[in-house]
Structures are given as structure tokens and as C-alpha cells.
Design a protein around this ligand. Structure first.
Ligand code: NI
Length: 175
């Protein structure tokens, strides 16, 4: 396993639409392992493959709190259906838009159908934080970020904030 760099805005690769996976094999599991390790290293709760530069339809999520056992879920070629009419606001963040948080409204319940780590098909209802997280990660597969739902002013401000942060990080790394 390897910790890989997480892409941040305005990296154009984050706007790419990810491609479906042909089969769940050892090479794909190696990618999923890297994704999980990279997500944990960055203190994230969800990660899409494109965030480490791989444009394939793969997501990892672990919503367990720090005092709980890990609860890792892997999603290959996930599809959402049956979204609830009821929308709920939730304050979202993203490893590709570090230090920026804002409230987004999404359906509070949705069905997710996917292949798991072993290639087995699973279909289940996601609610609450799980529903928020899977919808946020699914957006990444379409090249959509949560800041794309905000006003242009807020979005530009977010991108500038991240650019500045990255520049400071580069300077610190060089020092
Ligand atoms: Ni994200």
C-alpha cells in the first residue's frame, strides 16, 4: 500500500468524468488499498479514485468515529437511485478543497448499488451521513465538486484559499 497525493482545486483532472471498471481484480484492489491509506493519512471520511489521479469509478468511505472500529466500504461502479424528495442541509468539506466547508442540500436517503471489494453486487439504502457522503463522492465521478453548488463568488474564494494554502505548503516543504 502507498500513500498518494490528493489532488486539490483547481487541478483540471478533478473535472474529469471517471470511467466504469471492467472487473474487480487484484490490480483494482491494490488501487482501493492505496485510496484507503491516502484517505486515512489525510484524515478524510471518503475518497474517489480521481482524487489520487485515477479516473475510474471507485470510491472508499469510512464513517466510523475515532473511538469506533474502522468501518470501511468500497464501491466499484456505484449507481444511485430512489432519491428521497426530502432534502437535508449538511456542512460538507472535501480533501480536494482543504479548509473549506459549506452547507449543501441533498436528498437525505438514497439507494446505492455497487460492486464491493470482492466484486460482489450490493444494493442498500443510505441515510443520514452515509447518504451525504456517497452522493458527494459520486459527484467526483462526474467531475463535480461540492463547491460547484455554491455561488460563483464563494467558489472562486474557495479556490483562491486552497491555491494560497498549497503555495504555503510548497514553500514550507522547500525550506
Ligand atoms: Ni470530496
Amino acid at each position: 500500500m502507498a500513500i498518494r497525493d490528493v489532488l486539490t482545486v483547481p487541478d483540471p483532472r478533478l473535472k474529469q468524468v471517471s470511467k466504469p471498471v471492467d472487473k474487480v481484480d487484484d490490480a483494482l484492489r491494490a488501487l482501493m488499498d492505496d485510496m484507503l491509506e491516502s484517505m486515512y493519512a489525510a484524515d478524510g471520511i471518503g475518497l474517489a479514485a480521481i482524487q489520487i489521479g485515477e479516473p475510474v469509478r471507485v470510491i472508499v468511505i469510512d464513517l466510523a468515529r475515532e473511538d469506533e472500529e474502522p468501518n470501511v466500504k468500497y464501491f466499484v461502479n456505484p449507481v444511485l437511485s430512489e432519491p428521497s424528495e426530502q432534502l437535508e442541509p449538511y456542512e460538507e468539506g472535501c480533501l480536494s478543497v482543504p479548509t473549506v466547508y459549506d452547507e449543501i442540500e441533498r436528498p437525505d436517503r438514497v439507494r446505492v448499488t455497487y460492486l464491493d471489494y470482492n466484486g460482489k453486487e450490493v444494493s442498500e439504502i443510505a441515510e443520514g451521513m452515509y447518504a451525504v457522503c456517497i452522493q458527494h463522492e459520486m459527484d467526483h465521478l462526474e467531475g463535480v465538486l461540492f463547491i460547484d453548488y455554491l455561488s460563483r463568488l464563494k467558489r472562486n474564494r474557495a479556490v483562491q484559499k486552497v491555491k494560497k494554502l498549497e503555495k504555503e505548503k510548497e514553500r514550507d516543504d522547500a525550506a
